[in-house]
Write a protein that binds this ligand. Structure first.
Ligand code: HSE
Length: 299
């Protein structure tokens, strides 16, 4: 009647795919411990690694909301104590809120004897996202839940497709210690998109998916361009252009904001290049005077 699970961090948007593309990385992530109790209540009994900043109230906590929605949906009145161990920075653009929600709903489904399939858990995790940032975007949560690279083909109805990626595709992600809450980063965006920008963007989305599926690293690199969201959000990220220039000079295929930032990511062909890119990005971030974390992982 107890379980411990790990839910990985994720990179959402992947340049041109705002709200529709994302993938999981090996580390960091969240660890959650769930224990069934006789209390009939879903309780967040402990959170570590958040410097006391996340809400303990079930209705305001992404993991609490996801677990509660799941139990309500199945009509189960079950007490659960949740211990949440954040092992990644908050407001980092690495899908922190999604990882907590996904870990919670995955764990409770296991404890209940897996009445739902993994894909069927996504709507509950999305309610956690809604609680965190006001919109139930699925790009982080689907990637954290299903692993690998995902495309949200449609939101209504929800249709998530798994995209195969080249064997030797690596990601470098750097997180400068600046906080950009997703809520704030979404408020910057415009409701309307000029047609010519939309054309550029959907050409790139198609190109990126085609490149991933056909192992065409050149096409992947050419398609990693975002003319809609990045120009607005990059203004919240100090040194964005310098870090991009350094990463591209070190051999990255492409560069962009991870989720809503401030983390930035690149794709590289091979681990050696991804490591070189990491070193180049670190040097730039250090020169800007920020502390940071850097992660290199297979996509
Ligand atoms: N697609 C979401 C956004 C991801 O860009 O707001 C947030 O991590």
């Amino acid at each position: 009647n107890a379980i411990t699970v790990f839910a990985p961090a994720t990179v959402a948007n992947v340049t041109c795919g705002f709200d529709v593309m994302g993938f999981a990385i090996d580390a960091p992530g969240d660890t959650l411990e769930l224990k069934l109790t006789d209390s009939k209540e879903v309780r967040i009994v402990e959170i570590t690694g958040d410097e006391g900043r996340l809400p303990l109230e079930t209705e305001r906590n992404t993991a609490g909301v996801a677990v509660q929605m799941y139990l309500e949906h199945l009509g189960i009145r079950q007490g659960v104590d949740i211990r949440l161990h954040k092992q990644m920075p908050l407001g980092s653009g690495l899908g922190s809120s999604a990882a907590s929600a996904v870990g919670g709903v995955y764990a409770i489904n296991k404890l209940m004897g897996e009445p739902l399939k993994v894909e069927e858990l996504l709507p509950f995790a999305l309610e956690g996202e809604r609680a965190a940032c006001g919109f139930a975007h699925a790009d982080n949560a689907a990637a954290s839940l299903m692993g690998g690279f995902i495309l949200v083909r449609s939101y209504a109805p929800l249709d998530v497709v798994r995209i195969p990626v080249p064997e030797n595709l690596y990601i470098t992600v750097i997180h400068p210690d600046v906080e950009v809450p997703t809520k704030q980063a979404r408020r910057l965006l415009k409701e309307q998109v000029p047609l010519r920008d939309a054309v550029t963007q959907w050409g790139n989305v198609g190109g990126l998916i085609a490149g991933l599926m056909s192992n065409d690293y050149g096409l992947i690199g050419r398609s990693m361009q975002d003319v809609i969201v990045e120009p607005l959000r990059s203004t919240l990220i100090p040194g964005f252009e310098q870090v991009r220039t350094a990463a591209m000079a070190a051999g990255a295929l492409g560069f962009g904001i991870s989720g809503s930032g401030p983390s930035q990511f690149t794709f590289s062909e091979g681990k050696a290049t991804a490591d070189q890119v990491a070193a180049a990005m670190e040097k730039e971030i250090q020169a800007l005077g920020f502390t940071y974390q850097v992660y290199v992982s297979k996509v």
